[in-house]
Ligand binder design. Sequence first.
Ligand code: SF4
Length: 233
Amino acid sequence: MIIHGFNKTTLLDYPGRLACSVFTGNCNFRCVFCQNSSLVLEPEKEPVISDREVLDLIKKRRNILQGVCVSGGEPTLDPGLRDFLTAIRETGLPVKLDTNGYEPEILRALIDDGLIEMVAMDIKSDLDGYAEIAGIDRFCPERIEESARLIMESGIEYEFRTTVVREYFTEKTAVGIGKWLKGAKVLHLQDFRDSDGVMVPGLHGWDREHLIQFRDILRKYIEKVEIRGTDAG
Ligand code: SF4
């Protein structure tokens, strides 16, 4: 697997666990608010860390770590993902996979084969607005719908998460997501923060009142909806 980043210890990437995080490059989306645009657009220019080296470090630290988060970019595009996850499984550490959900068949195989214990899937928008945010031609919403469905039915731990951008997220978006994911267990709202590496510069987050309003709309449909990164809860 081609690894472009390795965070030896984090409490943020795998809920409730002291984990390490591995970052792959490349992505099949071009999200307007992507914070990792260089990793997505020009992964060949990013430094590479040997997967063997990363695996050795994880093995050495397996008594300290409580999990491994595999993120990106989009990890399901890397042909070495399965072998990497198989090697992690031998350490006994659980894996959380971060994905945009656009490769449902790969996701299904990883779940069916017991190679991941948790999935975090980005929900970019309601289905009507998805193509505009994902930024790709011939966007196929059925692939996203299938991934969301299989995650909800899989029985493994999961969370959905949505970045809230003022220019793209309205009450209608919240209602659309809620109706689509009705019955889901967890959705985290993350307010957008502008930074140097953003795909499309000049976007904005929402204020606290709007975030709370969106959260409350979504709570009518989804068991647990929380706002991350603010004290709005
Ligand atoms: S936000 Fe995620 S899914 Fe979107 S382009 Fe960036 S890495 Fe890909």
